[in-house]
Design a protein around this ligand. Structure first.
Ligand code: UD1
Ligand code: CA
Length: 467
């Protein structure tokens, strides 16, 4: 029989102090709800219903774009508590009987093993939930057990007595319940509590009252169940998730010199024997090959890097591709749409935008290359600038294989430099250069002999004007 899943995401997120839905705040670059949905998908729950509030266009847009029709939506209008939220999913689950997993969209660190334990505990009971022990249980619902250790109820922090607040076993926010029992019970659940809400957690006490059995399964990995209610908790979740992802990466054969200062996301892949030096930041879809040296101090976003490539200190790579054996940086900026081929070199203070740098080509110092297609084995001299923008439009520059661009050249686009052509240093190229040609545009040098003496004489004259 199928297990359905409801993910609650309609809460106001008051403690977060935000104008955006709380569950869209990113953890390691990925909206936190995305981790919950992905876990549900991986667990093959079907259907998966996300409960959202009426003003949840942002959440819907994100989830629909990311997961298409693999998630359904239910609207809770207005949000009146977690129990009321589950009740709102009823119509979306009319055809479902049997087990229902309930997860909160603001608890992003749960792992598959947690769900396995929960499902196992749910056999033969109307409702099972996960509990953990916390040294500082503030804010969480406390698990009240009787002298035999059986769960009596979950009492919310704001409703708990002083004595109950001292309980350190808390509700983790993960449930596996019988759908029929749950909807039937929640329909009758009152909201006479401190927050005036219909609490999902009241299900436990009501099950006991109606003679159904419940089970709280205690897990020792409390970290996995941290709820994100504030910016402080958001930063804590990020740190835990980041460490988890880095450990997976290290296990796969990547050296991470300083995990505390390295930040990655769930879609960052780095190959074996690559070394990540301190202070690197990887975001989005990143794929890097093996035996690379990365950093220190890189920013890499949505980019692909080949193998045996060295991306040196303080470079920024964004939406670009870098080939095998390339040398980038230090202090290089590779902007979107750029393709640096294998064994090419991009050195310090070089910015490249929407350009191709062919195999073995070099741009090693102080340059701007924009909208340029550069062939193989081209040398771009220090201080070369493609003047790609005329104030209205962007224009392309083409530099063919083997060309040599002298230092301090300006290439006024659109312009084409032919194969093996040479541009003399300091040239402003305004028209195409044929293959094999030399182009020089600067004024020829003039030497004035004895100029120093001439200058001295002028100075003496100036200081002793005729009387
Ligand atoms: C909840 C639990 C608490 C548990 C904690 C674990 C209840 C009443 N309390 O408290 O026992 O220890 O989680 O993290 O369930 N939501 C809705 N609609 C609503 C209200 C909330 O969809 O009307 C969603 C929120 O978007 C959020 C989730 O439910 O994703 C949990 O709500 P939240 O207000 O954060 O509950 P907690 O106070 O953290
Ligand atoms: Ca919460």
């Amino acid at each position: 029989m199928k297990t359905a899943c409801v993910i609650l995401a309609a809460g106001k997120g008051t403690r977060m102090r935000t104008s955006h839905p709380k569950v869209l705040h990113p953890v390691c670059g990925e909206p936190m709800i995305s981790f919950v949905v992905q876990l549900a998908l991986r667990s093959k729950f079907d259907p998966i219903v996300v409960v959202v509030s009426k003003q949840a266009d942002e959440i819907r847009a994100f989830l629909s774009a990311r997961f298409h029709d693999r998630v359904r939506f239910a609207v809770q209008d207005p949000p009146m508590g977690t129990g009321h939220a589950v009740l709102s999913s009823q119509d979306a689950l009319v055809h479902h009987t049997g087990k229902l997993i309930i997860m909160y969209g603001d608890v992003p660190l749960v792992e598959p093993a947690d769900l396995t334990a929960l499902k196992k505990a749910s056999n033969g009971v109307a409702a099972a939930f996960i509990s953990v022990r916390l040294d500082d249980p503030g804010g969480y619902g406390r698990v009240v057990r009787d002298e035999l250790g059986c769960v009596v109820r979950i009492v919310e922090h704001s409703d708990a007595t002083k004595q109950q607040r001292m309980l350190t076993e808390v509700n983790a926010g993960l449930y596996c319940v019988d759908a029929g029992f749950t909807f039937q019970t929640l329909r009758k659940t009152k909201h006479n509590n401190a927050q005036g809400e219909v609490y999902l957690t009241d299900l436990i006490e009501q099950a006991n009252a109606s003679g159904f059995s419940v089970r709280g399964v205690e897990r020792s990995n409390a970290m996995n169940f941290r709820g994100v209610n504030s910016r402080v908790e958001l930063a804590q979740a990020e740190k835990i998730m980041n460490r988890r992802l880095l450990e997976q990466m290290m296990k796969s054969g990547v050296t991470v010199v300083d995990p505390d200062s390295t930040w990655i996301g769930p879609n960052v892949r780095i190959g074996r024997d690559s070394v990540v030096l301190p202070n690197c930041w990887f975001r989005g879809e990143v794929k890097i090959g093996s035996e690379c040296i990365l950093g220190p101090g890189l920013v890499v976003q949505n980019s692909r890097v080949g193998s045996k490539t060295h991306v040196r200190a303080h470079s920024v790579l964004e939406d670009c591709r870098i080939g095998d054996g390339a040398r980038i940086g230090p202090f290089a900026r590779i902007r979107p749409g750029t393709n640096v081929h294998s064994k090419a070199q991009v050195g310090n203070f070089v910015e490249i935008k929407k350009s191709v740098l062919g195999p073995g080509s070099k741009a090693n110092h102080l340059s701007y290359l924009g909208d340029a297609t550069i062939g193989a084995d081209v040398n771009i001299g220090a201080g070369t600038i493609t003047c790609n923008y005329d104030g209205v439009n962007k224009h392309p520059t083409i530099i063919e294989d083997g060309a040599f661009i002298g230092s301090d050249t300006q290439l006024v686009a659109p312009v084409n430099v032919g194969k093996n052509a040479t541009i003399g240093a300091g040239t402003t190229v305004t028209s195409d250069v044929p293959k094999d040609a030399l182009a020089v545009s600067r004024v020829a040098q003039k030497n004035i002999e004895g100029y120093a003496g001439l200058k001295r004489k002028r100075k003496i004259k100036k200081n002793n004007p005729p009387k």
